[in-house]
Design a protein around this ligand. Structure first.
Ligand SMILES: [Fe+2]
Ligand SMILES: [Fe+2]
Length: 181
């Protein structure tokens, strides 16, 4: 990281319990605001307000910087091997506990679009778990993962290491509806 930037960023420190809770809440709130502003920027574009869209994107970026600073101070940035283990843990919680429970609630209450958005996420998180596990094995062995495209379905978030399939297995989208990284 740029040295001039590094010098200005807050550092991890031993946190008292309430400060830790405050920062965790602020991290969640700033992350949500950043994502919402990006979506609202797209909406502004669609409505013909490109400069409002730019403002949303810029402020989204600022909120994202706030979120990062909170995460740093909370000690939430480790080695890549440890970050991959933590990422696996988060995805596992979503797959094993969170989304199955949310799915049952939405189904019980007859909220079909919620069932759909939950299913899209749940199925993708299973893939993410495997992808993080495989990546961690490489990193622990001192290697990067293989160079190549990673494709994500714009509709449902299906994530595949390699080329986009002819048809998304989760939502049926065609390859042009995939974003390539
Ligand atoms: Fe995920
Ligand atoms: Fe999809």
């Amino acid at each position: 990281m740029d040295e001039a930037l590094e010098k200005r960023l807050p550092k991890p420190e031993e946190l008292s319990a309430m400060t830790k809770e405050s920062l965790a809440a602020a991290f969640a709130g700033e992350s949500q605001a950043a994502e919402k502003y990006l979506v609202w920027a797209e909406q502004a574009e669609d409505e013909g307000y490109p400069n409002v869209a730019k403002l949303f994107r810029a402020i989204s970026f600022a909120e994202s910087r706030h979120a990062r600073n909170h995460l740093r101070v909370m000690g939430g940035i480790s080695s890549t091997a440890d970050n991959l283990a933590a990422a696996f843990g988060g995805e596992s919680f979503e797959v094993d506990e969170m989304y199955p429970a949310y799915h049952e609630i939405a189904k019980l209450q007859g909220n079909n679009q919620a069932v759909r958005s939950i299913n899209y996420a749940l199925r993708s998180e299973v893939d993410h778990k495997g992808q993080y596990t495989a990546a961690r094995e490489q990193v622990v062995a001192g290697k990067d993962i293989a160079d190549g495209p990673v494709n994500v379905c714009l509709a449902c978030g299906h994530t595949i290491i390699g080329d986009a399939p002819d048809k998304c297995p989760y939502c049926g989208a065609t390859p042009e509806l995939y974003k390539t990284f």
